[in-house]
Ligand binder design. Structure first.
Ligand SMILES: Nc1nc2c(c(=O)[nH]1)N[C@H]1C(S)=C(S)[C@@H](COP(=O)(O)O)O[C@H]1N2
Ligand SMILES: [Mo]
Length: 271
């Protein structure tokens, strides 16, 4: 396997977390089971339920339940399973929002913005990212539409980028999620250069060791459809959080807007 720095997962820990998660997920879905058993039929029951945030409230409840349990089960030392690179494939191209306008790679910069303004705190070229420690591992891309693909990812850990340039913390010191969590801004936002697609992360997920500013899939530079020159990969999030063609990043205490959360999907989107 050609991994430069592959996080090793601890099967027992991961397995324990998963069993815990599944047990609690089943419990939240029991809300729906009660309706199905009532003779009303789950569908009719859902259709008649009032909506909250664009979703019938029982679905909203399950999603919120999942957020609570995913956050509590989530610890940054719990790594998602990794796979041998020989099992990796390229996923299909899914989602082109924010990729429609032409992009000259030579002009591309990663811009870090001040919280809640468009003021630029820093601007970085691709070479500056390449100069940071490269991390490569093979892990699953999971789309909520119901498919998943094992993919070989390479890039820079977001936490390493933040540490290198003094972002993510109130005092500019390197982020220390375990030792000094209060020093971290609570959220990280990302947007495409045209701002058409945008995602928000809780800082624990953003600074997870398997969250990458990703510049390679399957051992090759990203294609435009997969988000060249830079996209996100996070092993703890569903595909819709893995924004392609990142233009801007901001660290903030205000929860950033999220394209699919605005359409009624779960904001947290952990799995
Ligand atoms: N800019 C942008 N990023 C995006 C999307 C999108 O529409 N626009 N779709 C998301 C969704 S829903 C998924 S499943 C993944 C798919 O990544 P892939 O096209 O590399 O397979 O990209 C995510 N990132
Ligand atoms: Mo997706």
């Amino acid at each position: 396997m050609t991994t430069s720095e592959r996080p090793e997962s601890e099967p027992s820990d991961v397995e324990r977390a998963r069993v815990d998660l599944e047990r609690r997920t089943r419990r939240s879905f029991a809300v729906g089971a009660v309706a199905a058993a009532s003779g009303l039929g789950a569908w009719a029951w859902l259709r008649n339920a009032s909506t909250v945030g664009g979703l019938p409230w029982p679905i909203r409840r399950v999603l919120e339940g999942n957020q609570v349990l995913a956050e509590s089960a989530f610890r940054s030392d719990r790594l998602a399973p990794t796979f041998p690179a020989s099992l990796a494939k390229m996923p299909r191209v899914n989602g082109r929002i924010g990729l429609e306008s032409p992009l000259d790679p030579a002009d591309w910069r990663l811009r870090v913005l001040a919280p809640d303004t468009n003021r630029r705190l820093g601007e970085y070229g691709f070479d500056q990212l390449l100069a940071l420690p490269r991390v490569e591992f093979t892990a699953e891309l999971k789309c909520v539409e119901g498919w998943s693909t094992i993919v070989r990812w390479a890039g820079v850990r977001l936490i390493d980028f933040a540490a290198a340039f003094g972002f993510g913390t109130r005092d500019g010191a390197p982020p220390d999620p375990v030792g000094h969590p209060a020093n971290l801004f609570r959220y990280v936002g990302f947007a495409t250069p045209d701002r058409e697609y945008y995602v928000g992360y809780d800082v624990a997920s953003a600074f997870h060791p398997q969250t990458l500013l990703c510049y390679e899939m399957d051992g090759r530079p990203l294609s435009p459809e997969h988000g060249a020159p830079l996209r996100l990969f996070a092993s703890v999030k569903y595909g819709y959080k893995l924004i392609k063609r990142i233009g801007t990043i901001w660290f903030s205490d205000r929860r950033p807007a999220d394209f699919w959360a605005e359409q009624g999907y779960d904001w947290y989107a952990g799995h």
